[in-house]
Write a protein of this length. Structure first.
Length: 158
C-alpha cells in the first residue's frame, strides 16, 4: 500500500464511510465515491481494515454477543423506563391519590430501534432497495438478490 492508501485505511476505520475516508485521505472530493469504492476492492486494504477493526474490538472487549446483549438491555430499559430526574439529579415524584409516586420515562422509539437492529443482525429483516430498470418497471430486491445481476452496486448501496 502506498502512503495515501494507508491514510485511507486509517480514516476509514473511524466511521466506515469510504467516500468521506477517501476525501479525508487526500483524494479528489469530486471522485470520492468512486475512489472509495475502488479502494475497497483492493484485498490488501480490506485486510488492513479488518485487522484494525479486530484490534479495536479486542481492545474494547466488544464482540457480536456483547452488542446483542446491549440491544436487549436497551429494549428492556426502554420499555420499563428510567426514573425521571430534575436538574439536581433528584428523582421526580408526583402526588397520586395522596401518595408520592416516582415518575418514569420510557422510550417506545428506543425499544423499536433496538428490536429493529437485533432483527437485522439475526437476519430476520431484509433491507430492500428500489431500483428502476429501463422500461419503467420497478423491482424491489435486496442487495443480495441484486448481486448476481450487477458487477458494481456502489450507486445502489451508497
Amino acid at each position: 500500500m502506498n502512503l495515501k492508501q494507508k491514510q485511507f485505511v486509517a480514516e476509514y476505520v473511524g466511521d466506515h464511510n469510504a467516500t468521506k475516508a477517501a476525501v479525508r485521505a487526500g483524494y479528489a472530493e469530486s471522485r470520492g465515491k468512486q475512489t472509495g469504492y475502488r479502494l475497497m476492492q483492493k484485498p490488501e486494504i480490506v485486510q488492513a481494515i479488518e485487522r484494525l477493526d479486530a484490534e479495536r474490538r479486542e481492545r474494547l472487549g466488544v464482540s457480536a454477543d456483547w452488542v446483542v446483549e446491549q440491544w436487549v438491555t436497551v429494549y428492556e430499559k426502554s420499555l420499563v423506563g428510567l426514573p425521571r430526574t430534575d436538574r439536581d439529579g433528584k428523582q421526580v415524584r408526583v402526588e397520586v391519590d395522596g401518595e408520592s409516586v416516582m415518575v418514569y420515562d420510557w422510550s417506545p422509539a428506543g425499544a423499536n430501534k433496538a428490536l429493529e437492529q437485533l432483527a437485522k443482525h439475526l437476519g430476520m429483516q431484509v433491507e430492500r432497495k428500489e431500483v428502476s430498470i429501463t422500461g419503467g418497471v420497478v423491482y424491489k430486491l435486496s442487495l443480495d438478490e441484486l448481486t448476481p445481476y450487477s458487477g458494481d452496486l456502489s450507486d445502489v448501496a451508497g
